[in-house]
Ligand binder design. Sequence first.
Ligand SMILES: [Fe+2]
Length: 349
Amino acid sequence: MIVRQLFDQVSSTYTYLLADEGTREAVLIDSVFERHARDLALLRELDLKLLWVIDTHCHADHVTGAWLMREALAAKICLSREYDAENVDVRLEDGDVIRFGSHALSVLATPGHTAGCLSLVSEDQTMVFTGDALLVRSVGRTDFQGGSSERLYRSIKDRLFSLPDACVVYPAHDYDGRTSSTIGEERRHNPRIGGEARQEDFVGYMENLGLPHPKQIAQALPANLRSGRPLEQATKTPSWGPVIATYAGLPEIAPEWVAQHRGELELIDVRSPGEFDGELGHIEGARLVPLDELRQRTGELGRERPVVLVCQTGKRSGMGAVILRNAGFERVANLAGGMVRWRELGLPD
Ligand SMILES: [Fe+2]
């Protein structure tokens, strides 16, 4: 199974991408609205087909990317039936099974942080995605959204702690850079519920946390009850072309499109003069600005037209795109595959 743990620094959220190596079918757990482009790029680069986008619970600290994923890839949105949320395709409950390729996740109801919290357990019980029920050396707060310390105590003690000791715990958040734990470890060392902790100890601890009200709750909760569908549909900035953001964060554009729209673009070739007039040649109308001169010469470049950067294979021009973006160029992209791909496709000079 392919397993990727992704992180959002703003909300300290972990998003998980799981996929079957054979069929390429995939599941995304706890996606973040603002990280949509990253997740989409990774799915595309790994050649995965996203079937399910699941939230372990209705989050109060970030907006889910579920709706964006359904729009982009027709993935099905899954959420606990405990919430009265819109745009949900599959309303999950305890015992449900989510299949992707030859793998499956079992749904375990683990309420307490909120009334609808679910954990997702891999078929062989080697992994559990606990949402905010069980965190690394911590647990989710229980003071809003139908939370209950008593219920969380039972969810963890009776359900999560009955998983095998070696089962890896993947939480939805961590604020100290800890990425995972195991059931055995948490059963022994969790300061709130591990060791000999009884229900009175746990409830007493939870009632005296004194946490501030979550900053994003007023915005995040209503948005999550729409599965992350924005109220303003027209918030997207109009794009000048089919620019794709890669997982590495680079704006890339397909050579076929560039060939058809050359007259509307500023083409900047960042190779050396020798390469520019060498074996691969160059695209007619492209202007030569070697990469090591680009930073100093951004003032010479017009901003009226979108800029497409060109090099041999698209690596140096990727750096060029970053340089121009940092210099304030808004419409800039890297020619995917560079002159090598351009020639392979038989595109004109
Ligand atoms: Fe939460």
